[in-house]
Design a protein around this ligand. Structure first.
Ligand SMILES: C[S@@+](CC[C@H](N)C(=O)[O-])C[C@H]1O[C@@H](n2cnc3c(N)ncnc32)[C@H](O)[C@@H]1O
Length: 384
């Protein structure tokens, strides 16, 4: 199969992140061809997918299409897939995972098309080489993606393998951590790039602080990962990949000369955050403190403050959390002159208790919860 031909690469993301993802493509000099709520399509070669996996902060998967066809039944799927030269991209002693998104009236269990596609690939390789690759759900080899909606099916290589959100640094998730890609999008949405101090007074396991440090350094998040799906595809060019990684390392800038201060009431959260930051190689950039947000040290030069308070997904929690939101509003008014404060929350009944007027409300999703990133410009006498 020809992997040198530029194709329309579909990059998936969590809901509401597509606009941030689109913005990430222009420095990579790749076009935005189209956009949905959960994906951006660009055009590039198979090796461009390696760069995308290395550099993108807000993407989940990078899908390089191999074949699109009309598909009315699992038998059509088997026949079309069986005719593809899988032996040129999957080693006969390799390992294969098939994943799918299927919306077709004849299918009520996506395990079935996965199985038919896997059978077609393995049967083809067995017929051509005499050996059958292993398969399973583990994503430790080549990952093949099926998108089948109505009469149209597309079979792609999933270049990322495991989700790109899985950067590899969060060995200690603690409580209610943000997905790494969402945390990166939140920092990008605040506009903070490392020119002014950053305060994160409810940092939990440190995801926002770590993603912010990576952004300030200009360090590609994929440098933290040990393996991607594309590394298992036949013809993988180790030297080319190593050159891309070296170039990304060189591009990473110097340590920003501004403080990143992360704190949390919970000592265990700070412990987890510190260890995660060490794994990500950015611990030296972040000051950690155990403190209530109102008593946490705040740099004397104003900058950007981001909080992600709990927002009471479970019954009865809302009432308990109201005082925290109220205190946040008072804290911004009394202590944050000159700061731009952001609150990321999924509960508008709680954010009302902040008691200040947000200058922007940026929509996000955290899993199934609709959320907002609220922006408060604080200056002397700010009353809301
Ligand atoms: C939703 S979690 C933040 C998760 C974080 N964004 C992450 O990715 O891991 C909210 C955090 O706020 C902390 N917190 C709650 N009340 C606080 C307070 N009064 N002062 C400081 N931290 C507080 C909790 O301990 C918890 O770690």
């Amino acid at each position: 199969m020809d992997l040198t031909r530029p194709r329309d690469i579909r990059i998936t993301c969590a809901p509401a992140l597509a606009s941030w993802l689109s913005e990430e493509l222009s420095p990579l000099e790749l076009p935005v061809i189209s956009r949905t709520k959960t994906s951006v399509t660009t055009n590039g070669t198979w090796t461009d997918t390696w760069r995308l996996c290395l550099e993108l902060r807000t993407a989940l998967q990078v899908l390089y299409p191999l074949k699109s066809f009309r598909c009315h039944s699992p038998e059509d799927l088997y026949r079309e897939a069986r005719s593809m030269a899988w032996e040129t991209i999957i080693a006969p002693d390799g390992y294969l995972t098939v994943e799918s998104r299927v919306d077709h009236p004849s299918i009520n269990n996506s395990m079935f098309p996965n199985l038919r596609l896997k059978d077609a690939i393995v049967d083809r390789i067995a017929a051509e080489t005499g050996r059958r690759p292993d398969s399973g759900p583990e994503r430790r080899g080549v990952v093949v993606h099926l998108f089948w909606k109505g009469e149209h099916a597309t079979i792609s290589l999933n270049a990322s393998g495991r989700k790109l959100a899985d950067r590899g640094y969060r060995r200690n998730p603690h409580k209610a951590p943000l997905q790494e890609t969402l945390a990166a999008a939140i920092v990008l949405a605040t506009g903070w790039k490392g020119e002014s101090p950053l305060a994160l007074p409810m940092c939990g396991s440190g995801t926002l602080a770590i993603e912010a440090a990576l952004i300030a350094l200009g360090r590609a998040p994929g440098l933290l990962r040990s393996k991607f799906g594309f590394e298992h595809v036949l013809g993988f060019d180790e030297n080319r990949w190593s050159a891309l990684r070296t170039a990304a390392r060189r591009r990473a800038g110097k340590t920003p000369g501004v403080p990143i201060v992360a704190s949390d009431l919970d000592e265990q959260a700070i412990d987890a955050a510190r260890r995660n930051a060490e794994t990500a190689g950015v611990a030296q950039l972040i000051e950690f403190h155990v403190a209530d947000f109102a008593r946490a040290p705040l740099p004397s030069t104003p900058g950007v403050l981001i909080v992600n308070p709990e927002y009471g997904a479970r019954l009865g929690q809302e009432e308990l959390l109201q005082p925290t939101y109220k205190r946040l509003g008072s804290y911004f008014k009394d202590h944050c002159d000159g700061w731009t404060c952001f609150v990321f929350s999924g509960n508008r009944y709680l954010t009302v208790h902040i008691g200040l007027k947000a200058s922007r409300r940026i929509p996000f999703f955290n899993a199934e919860f609709e959320c907002r990133l609220l922006r408060y410009e604080m200056w002397k006498g700010s009353k809301g």
